[in-house]
Write a protein that binds this ligand. Structure first.
Ligand code: NAD
Length: 475
């Protein structure tokens, strides 16, 4: 908990959660299928809330972080939230329409369709690193699909949690959307509620607990988790360009990004050039880094100590630590730091880093990098810097990850027409765009028999007629 902030009364918040869940369930019973006008209306209010209260939102998040660049809150949280809403507003009517599906010759002239239907009351659990976007993104999909939603904010962003609760209460009735705050105890109670769908964003370890809790109710889950996202630079790629794009993805939100490049592979012999190019961009972007408003702080002392312990551990085990700008412990910030000569015995190569530390590994043959990636848990993102179509095809075909960025980092998350989600330990299920709408809908298949049809031919008693038909069917 940040100093100077009153912790929530967890028991009171759990009671509120249960009451609001009941309210939403009753409201769902009264109105199980909101029409497109109402859904668009709700998305419109969400949009309006974001455009009107952007500064307040940025200030609250910054207070929780110690310092969060207001530009980053606008570009990485408010902008993608608005773009996601606009995409939904544009596509919603089309996606709500029943889809005609084919019927095999044996069932003609019956017809098939798939009807998207709201699931009902859904839960969303939000982490601290992008507390607005990771609340509004799932909420956009849930509302577009016609659901009611309860959103649980992280205990690490209590000021923003309160701001968001107040704003949502201003723009929505409690039986439409409601925000719950509080600590882990509240989060555990939240995960155990019988939601019609639960979308969790957070760490892989907590994701396992959430799935366990949800299994008691057989609540379907979407798990948006983390992991170590690898980056590989092809042998002949312009190293300065790669360094600039990789460091950009690493420095946004001070590396506290689920899809931040976690470590980078360069061709052996190019480490020094990479280090120099990385140093040059960091010096150019963040002069006087500790006081520079464009560089974000580490969210709290616990995480700062965790990151420092990775560096101490790596240094103790023989790694070379290269700090790319000045550090001032009083600032709550950690300057971007490269780590060379790493191995898997170091914690920096075991845990998801989730901060501005970038281990630099080398390969002699590209296959070594591919083999390393495949020998580790399936990552949320993979970044590959190359323009050679043959090698790109090989990288895409021989590795598996939640998503891929070619010649760029992080930006794939902002593509409204691409699904977003991990694979295996980095998550399950998708949202954003159409996949988000479908995640929060029951895509209900409906088979409609015609007045005149041939199914009677298959009814008992099973004699010659059925035998002859089966001969045709089983050919
Ligand atoms: P976290 O897992 O510690 O917490 C996430 C949320 O879960 C918080 O709201 C917390 O209150 C709640 N929680 C904690 N214990 C719980 C429990 N036992 N049962 C139910 N809920 C519980 O994660 P964090 O530190 O807030 O966020 C960082 C992690 O999230 C990183 O691993 C990062 O990669 C991941 N992440 C993933 C994405 C994505 O979209 N895939 C996005 C952002 C962050």
């Amino acid at each position: 908990m940040q100093p100077g902030f009153e912790p929530h009364d967890n028991q009171a918040e759990i009671a509120r959660l249960q009451a609001v869940y009941q309210l939403q369930r009753e409201a769902y019973g009264r109105e199980p299928y909101p029409d497109a006008v109402l859904r668009r209306d709700r998305l419109g209010w969400l949009r309006h809330m974001l455009t009107k209260h952007g500064d307040e939102i940025a200030a609250a998040i910054s207070a929780d972080f110690g310092h969060r660049s207001a530009h980053e809150t606008r570009t990485l949280e408010i902008f993608p939230s608005l773009a996601g809403i606009d995409h939904m507003l544009g596509k919603l009517r089309k996606w709500m329409k029943p889809q005609r599906r084919g019927v095999s010759i044996w069932f003609m002239p019956a017809s098939n369709m798939v009807i998207p239907q709201p699931l009902g009351v859904v839960g969303v659990i939000v982490p601290w690193n992008y507390p607005l976007f990771l609340a509004v993104g799932p909420l956009t999909a849930a509302l577009a699909a016609g659901n009611r939603a309860v959103v649980k904010m992280s205990e690490f962003t209590p000021r923003f949690g309160e701001t968001f609760r107040r704003l949502i209460a201003e723009y929505f009735d409690e039986d439409e959307v409601c925000v719950i705050n509080g600590g882990v105890e509240v989060a555990q109670a939240f995960a155990g509620m019988p939601w019609d769908h639960l979308l969790f964003t957070g760490s892989t370890s907590v994701g396992k607990q959430v799935m366990r809790a949800a299994s008691d109710n057989l609540t379907p889950v979407t798990l948006e988790l983390g992991g170590k996202s690898p980056t590989v630079v092809a042998p002949d790629y312009a190293i300065a360009t790669a360094a600039e794009r990789i460091l950009h993805g690493k420095c946004l939100n001070a590396g506290q990004t689920c899809v931040a490049p976690d470590y980078v592979f360069v061709k052996r012999g190019q480490e020094a050039a990479f280090v120099e190019a990385a140093r040059a961009v960091v010096q150019r972007w963040y002069p006087n880094l500790p006081a520079n408003p464009d560089y974000t702080a580490v969210v709290n002392g616990r995480h700062l100590a965790r990151l420092q312990s990775y560096l101490d551990d790596a240094a103790e085990k023989g790694a070379q630590i290269i700090t790319l700008a000045d550090n001032d412990p009083a600032s709550g910030k950690l300057a971007p730091t490269l780590v060379l000569n790493v191995n898997d015995g170091m914690r920096v190569m075991q845990d998801e880093i989730f901060g501005p530390i970038l281990p630099v590994l080398t390969y002699e043959r590209l296959d070594e990098a591919i083999d390393y990636i495949n020998a580790h848990p399936r990552p949320l993102a993979l970044y590959y810097f190359d323009y050679d179509a043959h090698r790109i095809k090989r990288m895409l075909g021989q590795t598996i990850s939640g998503g891929v960025g070619l010649n760029e980092t992080v930006m794939h998350v902002g593509q409204d027409d691409l699904p977003f989600g991990g694979v295996g330990p980095s998550g399950m299920g998708h949202y954003h765009g159409r996949e988000g709408f479908e995640t929060f809908s029951k895509m209900k298949p409906v088979f409609a028999q015609s007045r005149i049809n041939g199914v009677w031919l298959l009814r008992p008693p099973y004699g010659k007629r059925v035998e002859q038909l089966l001969k045709l069917m089983l050919r």
